[in-house]
Each structure stands twice: as structure tokens, then as C-alpha cells.
Write a protein that binds this ligand. Structure first.
Ligand code: 8IG
Length: 270
């Protein structure tokens, strides 16, 4: 009788991915990770010179990107004396690949040496006066996926999950930045107008389909976390128009230089 080798744990798999990442990029340790969400891709060039770009599928545990406007690439970027690890796309919960797949990039970044992570996303906005194309700092979250990336009796504290220090730093760079509570719905459908009203009653200001599970995994890994949402659309029922993925990509293009400037200045100060 043969015995199959035991499957690696998610943490071991991330360790293998980090090792391969170091080989392929020629960078032994990365310092800060960034995950670019919907609408954020046009901002990437402002971060600095890419010293390497690899396909996510070149690393153990990653699968191909599934959404138009999401590129399955990882860049190593030199910014001053720091090495940035930039994920140009993410795996979403709604892809059904499991929560471990969603947070694999986060665990890989931690294993690669990153002590801070910037999680960005595109989302719907609820607050009166917010406009498409506006960035908002995530102050806290409500995870409506009903699940966690952590398995077992590991009771991770989520107080101040989104670093007050990093948020204050962002507001120094751009004093006009507002903050809000991000609500992650499972997706992939957008919420109904009634669900948007519910999110508001629960204390939410931003609605999206990512970020909270990643933030939990990042906290578990001990990273400092900054979350920034790009409000790409008014949440369903607030504008009188149906939601459209093209609108999301357009809002990103229009806001690219502001987002790029913000990200690069903040990363310099972390
Ligand atoms: I971009 O309005 C983007 N992603 N759930 N709702 C949800 N996800 C989104 C939205 C939105 N806009």
C-alpha cells in the first residue's frame, strides 16, 4: 500500500510560494505588500520601477485571475530602499476556490517578509455626498461572508484591525480623505437596494466583495494593515441607475493619478 505525502498546510504552502517568489524576483525579502482591487490597476506605475513581474501561476498555490480588468500578475517594485510586493489582482471569495485560496497571497506576503500590507478595493459607497472616483479609508469592517480564513481555536483579536497609525498617515498626505466601515458581501451579484439599506443600518458605509477575509489573515500573520476603498459607484438603489462593471473600470481610470499619488506617498512613509 502506498502513502500519499501529506498535503501542506496553508502556511507551509505560503512558505513555498515565498521561497519561489524570492528566486523568481531575485529579492530575498519584501517589505510592504499591496493588493490592487477593481479600479486600482492604473495607479500601479506611480509606485516605482518594477524590477520583476511574474505570473501568479508561477508560484505554488495560486490560480489564474478570473475577472476582466484583474491581471494575474505580481510585481516586485523598488521604492527608495524598500521592496514592494504588488499583487495586481486578487482571488475573490465568490470564485468558490475556498477561503484559503482567497488569503494565500496575504500569507505569501507575510512569509516573504512583509510587515505591512495595503489592501485596496473598488466598492459601492453609501455616505451622502460621496462621488464615484473618491478614495475612502477603511476604519473597520463587517464580514458578511459567514466564514473566516482561520481554522481552529485561534482567537485572533481584531481591535484596530485597520491601523490608526497608517490612517493618520494617509490623512496627513491627503486631509480630504474620509473614513468608513466596509461591509463585505459574498457576491458575485451586487446587493439589492434593501440589502444596501441593511448595510447602512448595521453601521456600514462601503459595500464590496473582498478585503475583510484578507485583513483577518493579515492580522493573524502580524502585519500592519491599511485598507483603502475606491468608491467606484453609488451603492445599488442610491443613484437610480443599474450597476455596471464597466462603470467600475472607468472610475478607476479617471481616478488613477490621484490613487497613484496617494499610494506612493503613503508607502514612502510607512
Ligand atoms: I467595484 O456596489 C464594486 N464592487 N458588493 N457592491 C458590491 N461590490 C462592489 C460594488 C458594489 N461595486
Amino acid at each position: 500500500m502506498t502513502h500519499a505525502a501529506e498535503a501542506p498546510t496553508p502556511y507551509e504552502l505560503a512558505g513555498s510560494a515565498a521561497q519561489r517568489l524570492a528566486e523568481l524576483t531575485g529579492v530575498e525579502r519584501h517589505d510592504i505588500a499591496l493588493v490592487l482591487g477593481s479600479g486600482w490597476l492604473p495607479a500601479v506605475d506611480a509606485l516605482g520601477e518594477a524590477t520583476a513581474e511574474i505570473d501568479t501561476t508561477d508560484l505554488p498555490g495560486f490560480s489564474a485571475a478570473a475577472v476582466a480588468g484583474h491581471s494575474g500578475k505580481i510585481r516586485s517594485v523598488k521604492s527608495g530602499d524598500r521592496h514592494l510586493l504588488v499583487f495586481l489582482s486578487r482571488t475573490h471569495f465568490y470564485e468558490g476556490k475556498g477561503v484559503a485560496a482567497v488569503v494565500h497571497p496575504i500569507r505569501t506576503a507575510a512569509a516573504a517578509g512583509c510587515s505591512a500590507i495595503v489592501l485596496t478595493n473598488g466598492c459601492g459607497g453609501l455616505k451622502e455626498g460621496w462621488q464615484p472616483g473618491q478614495p475612502v479609508l477603511i476604519s473597520d469592517h463587517i464580514n458578511l461572508t459567514g466564514t473566516s480564513p482561520i481554522v481552529g481555536a485561534n482567537f485572533v483579536d481584531l481591535t484596530d484591525l485597520y491601523s490608526p497609525r497608517l490612517r493618520a498617515m494617509c490623512q496627513e498626505v491627503d486631509p480630504s480623505l474620509d473614513e468608513g466601515v466596509y461591509v463585505q458581501f459574498p457576491g458575485p451579484h451586487y446587493e439589492t437596494p434593501a440589502e444596501v439599506r441593511m448595510a447602512g443600518i448595521l453601521g456600514g458605509h462601503l459595500v464590496g466583495m473582498s478585503t475583510t477575509l484578507e485583513a483577518i489573515a493579515a492580522r493573524e500573520a502580524g502585519m500592519e494593515i491599511l485598507g483603502i476603498s475606491l468608491v467606484t459607484n453609488l451603492a445599488a438603489g442610491l443613484s437610480g441607475e443599474p450597476l455596471d462593471h464597466e462603470e467600475v473600470l472607468e472610475a478607476g481610470k479617471a481616478a488613477a493619478s490621484r490613487m497613484g499619488g496617494l499610494l506612493s506617498q503613503v508607502v514612502e512613509r510607512i
